[in-house]
Ligand binder design. Structure first.
Ligand code: NAD
Ligand code: UDP
Length: 316
């Protein structure tokens, strides 16, 4: 028999960067967590500290295949997120977003429970509207190297909203902007992990293009707070809701900050810009501010310092 108020929550992709922080948060909030992951990019080390907790359960499973179990809520985070990971097996990436969402939506429909989708700012593609609001439909190349991720996530959003309209399913769709922090994979090729690892090792910092492209970086704790607030918001708030830090930095500024905070002697190396790399990205978070009373609280400098401390264990 469960305690009143204690929910049994399924987190897909729970052994990944964001998923592991979410599992931890939900356990701390007094819930039971079932973490499902196929360890494609996730790592047991991310959840090792949770394995002894009697309210935490781990299941190795690929969400592209159906899953039958009993839970009270689902957070669907399973999907490789860094460009080198999601482009490594692009067909599997699309399958995870599309077949995986169908399976998780089917589960939520059978159980009549709420389901949260980790969507992405990539649905805006290389945006022609700046900053990006939820009403912008995006500018995505459907046949480029990023399409397996971008179009997969767009199709997942379509599925969520069709299940909502067709089956009255309660859905919560978050459009997540670049998030960083401890437990990012040190070799995932994302800009924050690359720059910190390179700076700590005294290697050249690899800037793709001239570094004038921008991103807005959100610290993981702020993001997880946004997830939980969205999931617990009134049912009519389906989203999509942008979650991210509206402070925008150029990639060159980020490189200089990583060099400064690590005290590194690294130099900067300018390399070719990958295809379809978005020029600029900054969330308009007015909706999250007004409906969730949410905004990021951790400044980039502070969040980078905490992330650098974590990455030090991989160097030396
Ligand atoms: P991550 O790669 O660290 O985590 C993804 C997890 O999903 C991994 O543990 C991986 O093993 C698992 N996974 C992948 N395919 C699976 C499958 N078919 N079945 C079961 N598990 C599977 O990435 P992350 O940064 O933690 O991202 C989590 C979610 O948030 C993803 O859906 C991603 O698209 C989304 N997101 C993240 C960011 C960001 O900046 N971190 C930005 C936008 C969206
Ligand atoms: N980037 C870079 N050097 C790196 C890794 C990434 O200059 O070593 C750039 C990349 O081209 C992009 C930005 O940093 O313009 C963010 O890249 P990331 O892969 O982290 O995320 P995304 O492009 O999906 O936002």
């Amino acid at each position: 028999m469960k305690d009143a108020g204690r929910k049994r929550i399924l987190v897909t992709g729970g052994a990944g960067f964001l998923g592991s922080h979410l599992c931890e948060r939900l356990l701390n909030d007094g819930h039971e967590v079932l973490c499902v992951d196929n360890f494609y990019t996730g790592d047991k080390a991310n959840i090792k500290h949770l394995l002894g907790n009697p309210y935490f359960e781990l299941l190795r499973h690929d969400i592209c295949f159906p899953l039958y179990l009993e839970v009270d809520e689902i957070y669907n985070l399973a999907c490789p997120a860094s460009p080198i990971h999601y482009q490594h097996d692009p067909v599997q990436t699309t399958k995870t977003s599309v077949h995986g969402s169908i399976n998780m939506l089917g589960l939520a429909k059978r159980l009549r429970i709420k389901i949260f989708q980790a969507s992405t700012s990539e649905v805006y593609g290389d945006p022609t509207v700046h900053p990006q609001t939820e009403t912008y439909w995006g500018n995505v190349n459907p046949i480029g190297p990023r399409a397996c991720y971008d179009e997969g996530k767009r199709c997942a959003e379509t599925l969520f909203f069709d299940y909502h309209r067709q089956h009255r399913l309660r859905v919560k769709v978050a459009r997540i902007f670049n998030t960083y922090g401890p437990r990012m994979h040190p070799n995932d090729g994302r800009v924050v992990s690359n720059f910190i690892m390179q700076a700590l090792r005294g290697q050249d910092i690899t800037i793709y293009g001239d570094g004038s492209q921008t991103r807005s970086f959100c610290y993981v704790d702020d993001m997880i707070e946004g997830f939980v607030r969205l999931m617990n918001s009134p049912d009519d708030l389906t989203g999509p809701v942008n979650l991210g830090n509206p402070n925008e930095f150029s990639i060159l500024e980020l490189a200089h900050l990583c060099i400064e905070l690590t005290g590194s002697s690294s130099k900067i190396d300018f390399l070719p810009l990958p295809a379809d790399d978005p020029r600029q990205r900054r969330p308009d978070i007015a909706l999250a501010e007004s409906k969730l009373n949410w905004q990021p609280t951790v400044a980039l400098r502070d969040g980078l310092q905490r992330t650098i401390e974590y990455f030090k264990r991989f160097v030396g």
